[in-house]
Design a protein around this ligand. Structure first.
Ligand SMILES: [Zn+2]
Length: 297
């Protein structure tokens, strides 16, 4: 019995065998292909399967998705922007496999609940901050999927005090401030000469003014969004991961201050925001949970 997990991320496609207890050595990844996306994805899956008969495949994809139709439309994959039927395509590769798909943020929440920091709480919010800001909500022990599969799009929660233009077409979304590429764009607008998220994070870590200011804005925006969501859903535990969160106090200090300033209702002072321990396998591990949950569909 071979169970596979696939991540369609904002910067990579990654796949792994769940039966091997997903570890770094079992994961294969490629940058998001500029063309031939499904061909490259199929090659990746076949490589990981290694000729075994695949019985289940879990797919975590960047949104938006249409869960019932098995269609994904992530902005980072040019050929798929108007929708790609990934479940049907995967079924042709693995005809006897049960194939399940969910939003990357939903898979993130599943991973934190099964292997991570939220395993002992019933009400939690999981967030990952990389190029995108993605999230998944667990309420009363159930991870919220939503009507079309898109619940948890915290990157597009509006943040008061910001008016940056967002890739979704709106303004002032969390991702337009705290998303990696947005933070890079803002820093460059302030005169910073770098071009990448790792450079920005490193600059902030060593105390360069503009990168530190960019991560400070991200922290404030995250803190405000977290306070809002915690009030809406009565959540007291937030787990936060992704490359931008590894910068240290430049992001965490303003984030903590924003949470303390805005999470004031009587049920919120205990609100905890903790770093994720799952590293960059979190979303893929959640896809594995998805695949292993049921095998009769
Ligand atoms: Zn937006």
């Amino acid at each position: 019995m071979t169970v596979l997990a696939l991540e369609i991320g904002s910067s990579r496609f990654a796949a792994g065998r769940v039966a091997d207890d997903v570890g770094d050595e079992d994961i294969r990844e490629i940058p998001v292909p500029a063309s031939g996306a499904w061909d490259r994805c199929r090659e990746l899956l076949l490589e990981v399967a290694g000729g075994a008969e695949v019985t289940a495949l879990g797919i975590a994809s960047g949104g938006p998705i249409d869960m019932a139709a098995g269609v994904v439309a992530p902005a980072e994959v040019p050929e798929w922007r108007t929708g790609f039927g990934i479940v049907e395509a995967a079924r042709k590769v693995f005809p006897s496999a049960a194939i399940r798909i969910a939003l990357d943020g939903v898979c993130l929440a599943l991973a934190e609940r099964n292997f991570g920091a939220t395993s002992t709480v019933m009400d939690a919010l999981a967030i990952n901050v990389s190029n995108r800001v993605i999230g998944g909500v667990t309420v009363g022990g159930f991870t919220v999927v939503g009507r079309t599969g898109n619940a948890g799009h915290i990157g597009h929660v509006l943040v008061p005090g910001f008016d940056d233009r967002c890739t979704c077409g709106g303004r002032g979304c969390l991702e337009s401030v705290a998303g990696g590429m947005s933070a890079v764009r803002w820093a460059r607008g302030q005169g910073w000469a770098g071009t990448s998220v790792p450079e920005l994070v490193e600059g902030a870590r060593v105390g360069e003014d503009i990168p530190a200011a960019a991560l400070g804005r991200a922290g404030i925006a995250l803190g405000r969004a977290i306070a809002s969501v915690a009030a809406l859903l009565d959540i007291d535990f937030v787990v936060l991961g992704g490359p931008l969160t590894e910068v240290g106090p430049a992001l965490w200090k303003p984030l903590g201050e924003a949470v303390a300033t805005h999470a004031r209702l009587s049920f919120l002072p205990g609100l905890r925001v903790k770093p994720s321990q799952l590293g960059d396998i979190a979303i893929l591990a959640g896809a594995g949970v998805l695949a292993a949950t049921r095998s009769d569909t």
